[in-house]
Design a protein around this ligand. Structure first.
Ligand SMILES: Nc1nc2c(c(=O)[nH]1)N[C@H]1C(S)=C(S)[C@@H](COP(=O)(O)O)O[C@H]1N2
Ligand SMILES: [Mo]
Length: 158
């Protein structure tokens, strides 16, 4: 299978110590690949069945060292993620959804869908627990990680 690297990397940024850019090849090389056989319902196209492979989202985003004390569950529970797709579609997640001490959802950043590597198209968010397909954001261009704000506080306050 050829793996053309036509898609640029996606940015990981936000309230993090180590913002970075990763390609699909980086996702494949850097973490254990998990497999997910999923079925989701599309409002316009009906039921969709796919097999995805890729690293766990929580392992990839942890690389950036989000600005919380990893030992403190309450701090982690204040964080959010936004996932941007190449066409402007985007979605929001909470850190707690993917955190093993909270929702423990095995979301993936897919490097492969069915029989095709995603190097050319870009990584795809996989949310196996979702009944609807809307959060399966394809051609990911950026993932922001950050704390929700409290009224009146400056944006940098964690
Ligand atoms: N970038 C991007 N990703 C997207 C969408 C989109 O419009 N743009 N639509 C979502 C919706 S509504 C669904 S149902 C699935 C459809 O995935 P499929 O066409 O590969 O089955 O993609 C999701 N991911
Ligand atoms: Mo959809």
């Amino acid at each position: 299978m050829s793996r053309p690297s036509t898609a640029p990397g996606f940015a990981l940024w936000g309230d993090v110590a180590h913002p970075t850019t990763l390609t699909v090849a980086d996702l494949r090389a850097g973490w254990a690949q998990h497999r997910a056989d999923v079925v989701f319902d599309c409002a316009t196209a009906g039921p969709q069945r796919h097999t995805f492979e890729g690293p766990l989202l929580r392992e990839v985003v942890s690389l950036t060292r989000p600005a919380f004390d990893p030992a403190r569950r309450k701090e982690r529970s204040r964080f959010l993620l936004t996932v941007n797709g190449g066409d402007g579609h985007h979605t929001v997640l909470s850190w707690a959804e993917i955190d093993a001490d909270f929702g423990d959802a095995p979301m993936l950043l897919a490097t492969r869908m069915d029989d095709a590597d995603l190097d050319g198209a870009g990584a795809q968010l996989v949310v196996p627990s979702d009944r609807c397909g809307a959060r399966y954001v394809s051609a990911v261009t950026a993932i922001w990680i950050g704390a929700c704000r409290t009224p009146g506080a400056p944006p940098s306050e964690g």
